[in-house]
Design a protein around this ligand. Structure first.
Ligand SMILES: NC(=O)c1ccc[n+]([C@@H]2O[C@H](COP(=O)([O-])OP(=O)(O)OC[C@H]3O[C@@H](n4cnc5c(N)ncnc54)[C@H](OP(=O)(O)O)[C@@H]3O)[C@@H](O)[C@H]2O)c1
Length: 329
């Protein structure tokens, strides 16, 4: 296994590789993943030590795959972050009781085969939850009970991120951050760094747009969120192509692709940009094949982007993307 740069994941106290693996697609509730275990092992073989999943991905299948990875690689320092809260029905603030959180996390413990969960993130909870002391007291109770080591929040908006960072028990915040989603640079990353809260950067490839390989003819399966959530029909629009209209995103991504240095890929350039932002702990690209997992892990070994490339990426954002997303979140 290659050694990857490690960073401290906020108040969890553990160090994780700077490129992790997003495991949403491994539940196969969208996309066409032939062999989830091959993707997981390719990532781990490439030095990935941080795996981000959720209890709802494939209704538990993603967690079960990750649990199998842990059993197949005993003795390795792998950190698993899961999420809880989206199994609430209805999805209302009142659903976030100690009893419900205990039920949800016990199910995750079973699926992952872990007595103690490394990190549980509230999964884009309703906004009032951020101000509800009882929810965070319940999470503290689960830590005291030994069910989890630490908790964090996966947020939709920068305002929610700032509220989560202000919570003394929150170890990490997961936020959309990529070349087409720069708003966290303004307040969220500095606040997290000042508070010692880890930042997990999700959707770093703008759902694949930042591979530079999509065009007007690209088609996605009907059960892929890039078909059914393109305009935010099923969940927050920012989760699909970072909320950028598809045609605008394709054109901007082609400008990004033109900036790719020789010998690397546009995906790795996009991931390196995220890793270069002060305050970021780890980036969690989803990978649908072992080759993608290996290519993404390679971004950890790239040199930081030179100032000209960084400025050119900012110019693409300012010219084409900012007006569509900046004020929205
Ligand atoms: N609410 C939440 O908490 C939340 C929401 C969304 C995501 N997440 C987390 O964030 C993770 C990442 O998000 P995401 O998977 O939606 O978006 P992403 O990482 O921005 O994009 C992933 C997609 O990009 C393409 N890709 C990946 N690596 C590539 C490479 N090396 N070269 C070319 N194409 C590549 C693949 O699609 P194709 O092969 O189809 O092109 C892949 O499915 C998820 O797995 C999940 O863990 C959390």
């Amino acid at each position: 296994m290659t050694g990857m740069e490690q960073r401290r994941l906020g108040r969890t106290g553990c160090d994780v590789g700077v490129v992790g693996l997003g495991c949403w697609q491994l539940g196969a509730d969208w996309g066409d993943v032939a062999d989830a275990m091959a993707v997981l092992h390719a990532a781990a073989d490439s030095g990935v030590t941080f795996f981000d999943t959720a209890d709802v991905y494939g209704d538990g299948r993603s967690e079960q795959f990750v649990g199998r990875l842990l059993r197949e690689r005993p003795g390795e320092q792998l950190t698993v972050a899961t999420k809880a809260g989206r199994r609430a029905e209805p999805l209302v603030p009142e659903a976030f009781t100690l009893e419900a959180l205990r039920d949800w996390t016990d199910r995750s413990r079973r699926h992952l085969g872990l007595d103690v969960l490394d990190l549980v993130q509230l999964h884009c909870p309703p906004t009032p939850v951020y101000d509800d002391d009882r929810v965070f007291d319940a999470l503290d109770t689960l830590v005291q009970d030994g069910a989890l080591v630490a908790y964090g929040v996966s947020v939709e908006t920068t305002a929610e991120a700032l509220r989560a960072i202000a919570r003394p028990g929150v170890a990490s915040v997961q936020v959309v951050l990529n070349v087409f989603r720069r708003k966290p640079l303004e307040e969220v990353l500095p606040a997290a760094a000042a508070a010692g809260v880890g930042i997990v950067a999700r959707v770093p490839l703008a759902s694949g747009l930042l591979s530079g390989s999509y065009d007007a003819t690209t088609r996605f399966a009907a059960d892929d969120h890039r078909s059914y959530n393109r305009h935010g029909e099923a969940f927050d629009v920012g989760e699909t192509f970072s909320g950028v209209p598809y045609d605008v995103g394709v054109a901007a991504a082609q400008e990004v692709a033109a900036l790719t240095p020789a010998g690397t890929t546009t995906a790795a350039l996009a991931l390196r940009w995220v890793l270069d932002q002060p305050g970021v702990t780890t980036v969690i690209p989803g990978a649908r094949t072992p080759e993608q997992a290996r290519a993404n892990a390679a971004a950890a070994a790239l040199a930081p982007l030179d100032p000209q490339t960084a400025q050119a990426l900012e110019a693409v954002y300012d010219r084409s993307v900012r007006e569509h997303v900046h004020a929205r979140w």
